[in-house]
Design a protein around this ligand. Structure first.
Ligand SMILES: [Zn+2]
Length: 150
């Protein structure tokens, strides 16, 4: 099992027919994005139809797992009761590298939440929440912080 950042009592993700392949890739620690095979537009979150060309054809493109913080917020209230012991924590939107502009919402881990900043380089770290459920979190990429902080 991986390092744990959030408790088992967190709300579990809702898996649909469109997102099941994404979660199956995540379970083996592969970060992927759905990409239209007709025009190359990425769909995040996954969907049945390309918003650019209306094609229903798509493939799963594996990403390097790096990106930059597009925006963030620091949560200081226990909106989710199970996370009362985890506040404050940072919720970040990551602009994913090699993903055609796709972003995803996650958490900044292995850092103080107040370290989050727009443009911060981050890399994926997988949190195994169960035998078939892994969730991507993001930590500062090597070199994202001054050497004295590492
Ligand atoms: Zn398309």
């Amino acid at each position: 099992m991986s390092e744990r950042y959030f408790p088992d009592e967190m709300p579990m993700p809702a898996v649909s027919a469109e997102t099941a392949p994404w979660w199956e890739a995540a379970a083996v620690h592969r970060l992927v994005v759905q990409r239209c095979t007709e025009c190359g537009t990425t769909r995040q979150p996954p969907g049945p139809v390309c918003p650019a060309c209306r094609s229903m054809e798509a493939e799963w493109h594996e990403l390097p797992g790096t990106g930059t913080v597009y925006t963030y917020t620091v949560v200081r209230q226990a909106f989710i009761p199970a996370l009362a012991d985890k506040i404050p924590y940072a919720v970040i939107a990551v602009a994913l590298d090699d993903a055609g502009g796709a972003r995803m919402v996650s958490n900044l881990v292995d850092a103080e939440p107040t370290e989050a900043s727009v443009g911060m380089a981050v890399e994926v770290v997988w949190e195994d929440m169960g035998p078939e459920l892994s969730v991507p979190r993001f930590r500062p990429a090597p070199g994202a912080r001054p050497a004295a902080d590492r």
